[in-house]
Design a protein. Structure first.
Lengths: 515, 668
């Protein structure tokens, strides 16, 4: 393992560098700010940093033609269209989290600039994690992402549930990290490398290697660690506690950012290293497809069924995010029937995995839309997120309620919103394989989507059709309104004019195939 | 041909107007609302005129722009969202936007005091949009979208004063009756697709392709034609689906004039004319269309005899006139039928607006028994009404004379229908006699004689004022009646002008200096398929029959004048007494509504109650809906048990999960 460095490598990780720079300054700003001063300006500063990072990502994306891949730091990291796509999502996630957080923290008497710094650090970690080509570097970046998130989930210290959830998340996250690292160790032992491409080459060279016990164990452990981050059943149990206990803007950032980062790594690892041709899974049908299949079904049902009895809307959304992770697996499984490097089956791999990317993009905006509205309910460390707290709200604050409604409908997958097209694209790719097991999986996913309608629509029923039982404080926030406008526009665009974004997702996945 | 004329604007400007007034109108002043709504109808009118003259100058047969986008495409079936103007459309565009604009203007005064004014104008604009979509859509599906759109607007506007239960019911009746027709339309469309598919042709519903492929339908032409005609009969109020139109008079009078006389109700005729290439292939379908038209023409006209509500008379008259139009398009004389659409639009819109002017002046009194002598007080309204009455009665050289007699002659001379043409001709002449009679009657009752609506003394003078719109009260004193404002009378004058001179558009071939009928000539390219139809060619017979029908109608009109304006005022009562059973039958509109209620409505209601109580509440809600919901709920509670909040247990699940996966995978 030889690490080389040249100045041009810095260009490749510029979005992360910018986020880190802004984060560091934001942390210093907190130190030098007057104690009685509102920290809104720090959040604004963070928003600007996110915008700059977004602009750089767009610049990188448009600066290079087609699907590109540039190895950085002696193949430790990589800059490809895939990572740029996700850098864009993370920058937007950080932007929305900053916009949402400023006012929220003031209302909850936790107005500290570190919030901004932590959000930006986490976003930088997510970006670098997706850019990692080496599993050890990937692990380090996973921790760069995770640790700020642990802190953020307990950021409102007055809220005891928040503090408890932060500790739980940290403990469980440590377990998951250990599992993941253990898996990396196994894989290194068997292939002699932690470089994703080199590992793939090892599998290609020796077909028997892929079916050996220790590779399988290593892969499952690696998967277990990632499954924890993206909340797949049975690794999802922390999710409701943490999503509920964390400050709502952080919940949104987690649902949009951490989930996307986890899935991005999963796509990179499983589509590149453990691709269809590498382990010859297709031949005897004993690939990780079956494993993912079981995970997908378990996750969809565990999320949706547990969401139904919830009366706490944030908990309900936590379970819903689990269910969405289940749908996303359908895309990964679809992609697994093809290999990016193969001439014959690349289209399948690109189709399935790009559907995952598209889904993550719409899910990020939909979930921000919903949680931006929900973040307004609360005061002084206490959030009012019982479903009955929303009764009659539709007529008190029509715009916020409309945004919430459309966000929920998008999550439910109702046309013409983005969530509909994302599901449609995902399921279409799955059905296009014309394999009975995929038809069954899609049917199960559709049944689950129907179950999910129940709990999404129930919130809307409360918004518009129930009489309020008590007065619930809901503050006004320009930042939240800005978030809702951005997210609403994005959800509508993604639903009405999907072509351009589908093309983006496809280009991203295509770039993974390059060596 | 491709054109630079902004065709799409004609369609979308009214939509824009509807959106602005509908969404923001609540805060606008009367002036702003009026300006927006009127511009949204005037500009499309100007554009239509421009398109029309462009076509005249260049001799173009079709104007089109690139379709906006492909609406949807599934397999071989794709539908574009595009609009075209051909010669038929051009005429309808002028009719719809021209009369539409006049009625917008009229409404600005008529509805001024109504608190829902912005809503009303927004609906009118929305109606224009839908109607233009119906006539300009480049394919059958877009036509259907417009078809449904005008139905919706009609429903909204009939029930505009929805706080009155009867109005809301009338709206529902119109909507439901139209749905029956729409069902036929849809089935017809499905049959077309089926026919295309079974011939291996691309499934395109654009009129151009349909016309090109029309020959392939031969076997199915009859069934397609008849199904589409069910739709036409619903929209254009033909027997047996006419029942909604008289009730639709519950809507504000400008609506009756625009939607229920001049434009929407002629959509059925437009559709049959548009699909002429299918009808000409089926003498059976043509005969049915003609026969239904003839039956309706006479049947509705007789119902006009015994009505006392001025708008109801006009409504039955409209139904009857629509019957004539169907007779025309039924025998394949498409230009003749459409010519009557245009002339009828002038005189019937004028009659409705005239009745509206009267109703406005009398503060929502619609009963002709409480009118009389109004000509002196409302000369413009009275004279325009008189001219339009003469036009509809078929007074020679007025517009209605030319169009009606052309239809009657074509019906007589046609060689296609399975029933000989003279039968239909007789029915048509009988209907014309009835028309002349009841129209003169309603004019005489309203405008001549002495005023019969003086309020009873005890009501005092407080009856004047607009504050109680829509409610009947003691009536208006004769001395207080005055002519309507210019925004209402100007449309009357313009329309009356059209009613008198509209016939010039299509002077028949026997008029000196007119070897060909210009109107027919203009439409010729659209009806290429109908060229093969045979008609008798005998000008002296044509003139002779015309003399007979005009003479009979004139006689009938004179009798009516004698009975209601002249010395014979005792006669109506005596006659009614003499033929009491017949009179009762006619007065109650042949009990058709009661018949439908007994045969259709009540059984459906009974079935609905059964479905609701037993099937819906019991089976669906109880077993199918709540069953799975309860099951899901139960499982949900079970699944939730895993999330206990206990960290050790969570850790156990993470590690256990990993090992479970390993074991599962290895065991596989």
């Amino acid at each position: 393992m030889e690490i080389t460095f040249q100045a041009s490598d810095l260009w490749g990780i510029l979005p992360a560098l910018i986020l880190i720079a802004f984060a560091s300054v934001a942390a210093l700003m907190e130190v030098f700010a007057r104690p009685d001063q509102s920290r809104g300006f720090i959040a604004g500063f963070g928003a600007i940093g996110s915008l700059v990072a977004l602009a750089v990502s767009i610049w990188q994306w448009t600066g290079i033609e087609g699907a590109y891949q540039v190895p950085l730091f002696g193949k430790m990291l990589v800059m490809d269209a895939f990572s740029t796509f996700f850098n864009g999502i993370f920058a937007v996630g950080a932007l929305l989290a900053c916009l949402l957080g400023g006012r929220y923290l003031r209302e909850h008497k936790a107005d500290f600039g570190e919030y901004t710094a932590l959000v930006l650090f986490a976003a930088a970690g997510m970006g670098l994690m997706v850019q990692s080509r080496d599993l050890v570097v990937m692990f380090v970046n996973l921790e760069i992402m995770s640790i700020p998130i642990y802190v953020l989930s307990g950021f409102v210290r007055k809220n005891r549930r928040g503090a408890e959830s932060a500790l739980k998340y940290f403990l469980m996250g440590s377990v998951a990290s250990a599992v993941l690292l253990y898996g990396v160790a196994f894989l290194y032992g068997m292939t002699g490398s932690t470089d994703l491409v080199a590992m793939r080459e090892a599998f290609d060279a020796d077909k028997a290697l892929g079916t050996s016990l220790l590779v399988k164990v290593g892969m499952v452990f690696l998967l277990g660690g990632l499954a924890f981050k993206v909340a797949l059943a049975p690794f999802h149990l922390w999710t409701p506690d943490v999503y509920d206990g964390a400050p709502t803007p952080v919940t949104a950032f987690m649902a949009a950012g951490v989930k996307a980062a986890g899935f991005a790594v999963m796509v990179r690892v499983f589509a590149v290293t453990f691709g269809f041709d590498a382990l010859e899974f297709g031949a005897d049908g004993k690939g990780w497809v079956g494993l993912f299949y079981a995970l997908a079904v378990a996750t969809m049902f565990a999320g949706n069924l547990a969401a139904i009895p919830q009366v706490n809307v944030k908990r309900m959304l936590a379970y819903s995010s689990i269910a969405h992770a289940g749908y996303l697996l359908v895309g990964i499984i679809t992609g697994a029937f093809g290999d990016l490097g193969s001439a014959t089956s690349a289209a399948t791999a690109i189709g399935g995995n790009s559907a995952v990317l598209y889904y993550l993009l719409t899910y990020a905006f939909s979930t921000f839309l919903v949680l931006a509205a929900i973040s307004l309910f609360g005061k002084d460390g206490e959030e009012f997120v019982h479903i009955s707290d929303f009764a009659g709200f539709g007529f008190k604050r029509p715009f916020v309620a409309l945004a919430l409604t459309l966000g929920l409908l998008s999550l439910a997958g109702i046309p013409p919103l983005g969530g509909f097209f994302a599901k449609f694209y995902l399921f279409r790719e799955a059905m296009a394989l014309q394999k009975p097991e995929m038809v069954w999986l899609t049917l199960l996913a559709i049944v689950n989507s129907m179950i999910a309608l129940y709990y999404y629509l129930r919130v809307i029923v409360f918004l518009y059709m129930k009489e309020p039982t008590r007065e619930v404080p809901a503050f006004e926030s320009k930042g939240a309104v800005a978030v809702m406008i951005v997210a609403l526009a994005a959800v509508l665009l993604l639903g009405l004019f999907p072509d351009g974004y589908v093309e983006m997702a496809r280009r991203s996945v295509e770039s993974l195939a390059l060596r | 041909m491709e054109t630079n004329l902004p065709i799409h604007l004609i369609v979308f400007l009214p939509l824009l107007g509807a959106a602005i007034n509908g969404l923001l109108g609540r805060r606008f002043s009367w002036t702003t609302i009026t300006a927006i709504a009127c511009m949204a109808s005037l500009v499309p009118f100007i554009l239509s005129v421009q398109a029309f003259f462009h076509m005249r100058e260049t001799g173009a047969e079709v104007l089109r722009q690139v379709p906006l986008f492909t609406w949807f495409a599934t397999g071989t079936f794709s539908v574009d969202l595009g609009f075209t103007i051909d010669r038929l459309t051009a005429i309808f565009c002028l009719n719809v936007t021209g009369i539409g604009f006049l009625i917008h203007m009229y409404s600005s005064a008529y509805m001024k005091e109504d608190e829902g004014y912005f809503k009303f104008m927004s609906y009118l604009n929305l109606f224009l949009f839908s109607m233009l979509m119906l006539i300009m859509g480049e394919n059958l599906l877009l036509m259907f979208v417009g078809w449904e759109g005008v139905g919706l607007c009609s429903y909204l506007l009939i029930g505009f004063w929805y706080t009155d239960h009867a109005n809301a019911d009338a709206g529902k009746k119109a909507f439901i009756t139209n749905r029956i027709g729409d069902f036929g339309f849809l089935l017809g469309m499905f049959f077309i697709l089926y026919a295309l598919n079974s011939q291996g042709l691309p499934m395109s519903l654009s009129f151009e392709d349909l016309q090109a492929n029309a020959g392939q339908f031969s076997e199915l032409a009859t069934i397609i034609g008849l199904l589409l005609f069910v739709g036409a009969a619903g929209k254009s109020a033909q027997v047996p689906l006419y029942v909604w139109l008289p009730d639709a008079m519950a809507g504000p009078t400008p609506v009756s004039a625009l939607i229920h006389a001049a434009t929407m109700v002629t959509a059925g005729i437009y559709m049959v004319a548009r699909m002429n290439f299918i009808y000409v292939q089926s003498p059976m379908a043509m005969t049915v269309v003609t026969a239904i038209g003839a039956i309706t023409a006479l049947f509705a006209a007789t119902m006009g005899f015994a009505q006392n509500d001025i708008k109801k008379v006009l409504a039955y008259s409209t139904v009857s006139q629509l019957g004539y139009m169907f007779m025309g398009v039924g025998v394949g004389a498409y230009a003749a039928g459409l010519f009557h659409v245009i002339t009828h639009a002038f005189f019937k819109a004028c009659l409705f607006l005239g009745s509206g002017s009267v109703i406005h002046a009398l503060h929502h009194e619609q009963d002709t028994r409480k009118m009389g002598g109004l000509l002196k007080k409302m000369p413009i309204t009275g004279w325009t009404f008189a001219l339009s009455t003469a036009a509809i009665a078929g007074l020679p050289l007025l517009s209605g004379f030319f169009s009606k007699d052309e239809i009657l002659w074509k019906v007589f001379s046609n060689q296609t229908t399975l029933i000989p043409g003279w039968v239909f001709w007789l029915v048509g002449v009988a209907g014309a006699m009835c028309t002349a009679f009841y129209m003169v009657r309603v004019y005489a009752l309203t405008f001549t004689g002495t005023y019969r609506g003086e309020p009873e003394e005890k009501h005092g003078h407080d009856a004047h004022g607009h504050d109680d719109h829509g409610h009947h009260h003691g009536g208006v004193k004769y001395d207080d009646i005055h002519e309507s404002p210019w925004t209402m009378t100007l449309p009357l004058v313009v329309l009356a002008f059209g009613a008198v001179f509209g016939g010039l558009l299509g002077l028949p071939h026997w008029m000196p200096g007119h070897p060909t009928n210009q109107f027919d000539h203009w439409l010729e390219p659209v009806f290429g398929a109908a060229h093969g139809l045979k008609f008798l060619d005998n000008t002296s017979l044509e003139l002779g029959l015309m003399a007979v029908s005009v003479g009979l109608a004139a006689l009938s009109a004179l009798v009516a004048w004698h009975m209601y304006a002249g010395k014979g005022k005792h006669l109506p009562g005596q006659i009614a007494e003499r033929i009491r059973p017949v009179y009762t039958l006619v007065f109650n509109k042949y009990y058709v509504d009661e018949l439908y209620a007994a045969v259709i409505v009540r059984p459906i209601k009974a079935f609905a109650r059964f479905s609701w109580r037993v099937i819906d509440d019991g089976l669906i809600d109880g077993v199918l809906v709540n069953g799975p919901a309860n099951l899901v709920h139960l499982t949900g509670r079970l699944v939730r048990l895993f999330t206990t909040g206990d960290v050790q247990r969570y850790a156990f699940f993470v590690l256990g999960g990993v090992w479970l996966l390993v074991v599962v995978w290895l065991a596989e």
